[in-house]
Design a protein around this ligand. Structure first.
Ligand code: AVJ
Length: 323
């Protein structure tokens, strides 16, 4: 009996310990079912997201790039000499490079990202292109507390959080993130942050329901990832992508809807789906300049400047820490 128990224990796969495994078990056991959008970004998901950013319907990336391009000189006025620029969830360094080019006196660049492969590769390429710059990648889930490298403690600190990633957080979590960022970046800190604005519902819905179906593949890739990494048996033909703007809550919701009643296995467990039941995979909150300012003020920041694109679709703001 003891031997049997031991054998069983030895065969418990290591994945049971991972955050991903735990979150999948909890999320698929919850009512309504849910999964965190942070798990979209495995290698394939990161690639699909890059593809999304080039879709004609997906305006946020283009709008933010146009803002950074047009206003870089003004934006970097909020970045003191020898600053450590700390980017949350960097992925590609394309946007940071626009600031680095406009403010060559930035002393250190600290990309913080959950996906180590892309992080280290991008950091190495940046180091090559900016030999004067100290590059200190931090592999961490920036939604949780993490330590800044000791080497940045003597420098002024500017946070950089582009891409409207903050839109993925529930409003109370977004406020908590901003408050933690204020603490972590310390006295005198600045935060440069990009967020998506409310707009015509047709424009919003089209951005998350592209004609080429890339967003659908991006959403469904979460199931592929569970199949591969957590021994799942999701049949992708039995789920479909759903995305719609929830006007009351000012957010795009993405779901994966079960086309029929079915039972699926993952992480060694079974999960039952009713026909039409969904897994809620993402919220993408849209703000008005006023609603964002109110949240930032409540979290210890003072908005000092804001820039938008020609259509008024997207906003980049500079915030300075209160007190
Ligand atoms: C990376 C969170 C900004 O919310 O628009 C794009 C992710 N999801 N299409 C967004 C996403 C579907 C994106 N963010």
């Amino acid at each position: 009996m003891a031997a049997l128990v031991q054998t069983a224990l030895r065969h418990v796969p290591a994945v049971v310990e991972s955050d991903f495994a735990q979150d999948v078990i909890a999320g698929l056991s919850a009512r309504p079912k849910r999964l965190s959008p942070k798990y979209f970004y495995d290698e394939n998901g990161a690639q699909l997201f890059e593809e999304i950013t080039r879709l004609p319907e997906y305006y946020p990336t283009r709008c933010e790039l146009s803002i950074l391009e047009r206003h870089a000189a003004e934006i970097v006025k909020f970045i003191p000499a020898d600053t450590a620029l700390i980017e949350f969830g960097s992925g590609s360094t394309r946007k940071a490079r626009m600031l680095l080019d406009a403010a060559p006196r930035i002393g250190a660049y600290v990309p913080v990202d959950i996906s180590s492969e892309m992080l280290l590769q991008e950091a190495a390429e940046l180091k090559r292109d900016y030999p004067q710059l100290t590059v200190l990648p931090v592999e961490a889930d920036f939604t949780k507390p993490f330590r800044l490298p000791r080497a940045v403690s003597a420098r002024p600190r500017v946070g950089f959080f582009p891409g409207s990633t903050i839109g993925n957080f529930e409003p109370h979590m977004a406020a908590a993130f901003l408050a933690h960022a204020a603490q972590r970046l310390g006295a005198g800190a600045t935060l440069i942050i990009g967020f998506d604005l409310t707009k015509d519902v047709k424009v919003l819905n089209a951005a998350y329901n592209d004609a080429a179906g890339v967003t659908a593949r991006f959403n469904l890739n979460l199931l592929t990832r569970i199949n591969r990494e957590l021994g799942g048996n999701f049949d992708l033909d039995k789920f479909c992508h759903q995305a719609f703007y929830n006007t009351e809550r000012r957010r795009i919701e993405m779901h994966l809807a079960s086309r029929e009643r079915q039972r699926v296995k993952a992480v060694g467990r079974s999960f039952d789906f009713r026909g039409g039941e969904t897994i809620h995979t993402e919220n993408s909150y849209k703000y008005t300049p006023e609603s964002f300012n109110a949240m930032a003020r409540g979290a210890g920041w003072t908005p000092v400047a804001a820039w938008t694109d020609a259509q008024g679709y997207f906003m980049v703001q500079a915030l300075v820490r209160q007190g």
